[in-house]
Design a protein. Sequence first.
Length: 157
Amino acid sequence: MDLLKQWMISLVFCAIIGAVVNILTPKGGTERVMKVVVATFLICAFLSPFITGDGLESDFELPEFSENKSDLSDSISESMLSQAEFQSVLETESLLESLEVDFISVEAAADVNEENQIYIKSITVTAYEKFSYREKQIESNLKTMFSAEVIFIWEKK
């Protein structure tokens, strides 16, 4: 860690020296030359640990992620499943609104298949009974969109 700290301090000092040289350089042709010299100086200061072959050695070790890999994978899977369910609910609600069907709620259930692909298992639509004559049309559209089982719950208003 000390090596990294020393490198950063030397970079700051080199930047300060470069700024002072730029300020003191007279305008004109020498200004361009000095900017190139200062830029080269800063690049060399930045790359010095790598040019010498020492690199930046540190005392700390990166944490081992393999232990938490399954937990992280499960968390990502759950997040992706809930996002897929949410998106399918939004699309179903949009379809119902375009068909001018008053609905109470829409729920979706997603799962992961053997190829680790997310798919929608079922969509449950709770709507008012007066729209039950549109059940086949809604089911056809939803099966085309999601290839999922469509469940209807019809309630009286």
